[in-house]
Write a protein that binds this ligand. Structure first.
Ligand code: RB5
Length: 145
């Protein structure tokens, strides 16, 4: 069973809780918060959870905020993180196939629950293609200055 983290701010909390419960039988989910709908700052909670991906405590992370935009901006500030904000299954599939995204970002106030669940399942099930995409993914790490 894959070990995957999940984290959100208050804007993503409701969808996080739904996904955590719905995925419990198919993934080992590690919940990095937030724990309720009290307002919290997405840069902090999402960056802390991304560090668990970098330290290999989990194989990947599902990150949520209200729109997914703040979480995605925050996550992509960390070297080694490739966070993909996805609103559909095709972009989720290609984010893994081509970009080897290690963080899937979802908008808790944007997506319906079943669509979000299908996006997560697609992202989890899809492998990285490697080849020419590996060269490009490696180039990303040279961009940090
Ligand atoms: C919080 O209200 C909201 O700004 C946050 O969840 C997210 O949408 C930011 O991008």
């Amino acid at each position: 069973m894959k070990k995957i983290g999940i984290a959100s701010d208050h804007g993503g909390f409701e969808l996080k809780e739904f996904l955590r419960t719905a995925l419990a039988g198919e993934l080992e989910i590690v919940d990095y918060g937030t724990k309720d709908e009290t307002s919290v700052d997405y840069p902090i909670v999402i960056a802390e959870a991304c560090k668990k991906v970098l330290s290999k405590e989990v194989e990947g992370l599902i990150a949520l905020c209200g729109t997914g935009i703040g979480a995605s901006i925050a996550a992509n500030r960390l070297g080694g993180i490739r966070a993909a904000l996805c609103h559909d299954q095709l972009t989720a599939e290609l984010s893994k196939r081509h970009n080897n995204a290690n963080v899937l970002v979802l908008g808790g106030r944007i997506l319906g629950k079943e669509l979000a669940l299908n996006i997560v399942r697609t992202w989890i099930a899809t492998p990285f293609e490697g080849g020419r995409h590996e060269r490009r993914v490696n180039q990303l790490e040279t961009l940090n200055s």
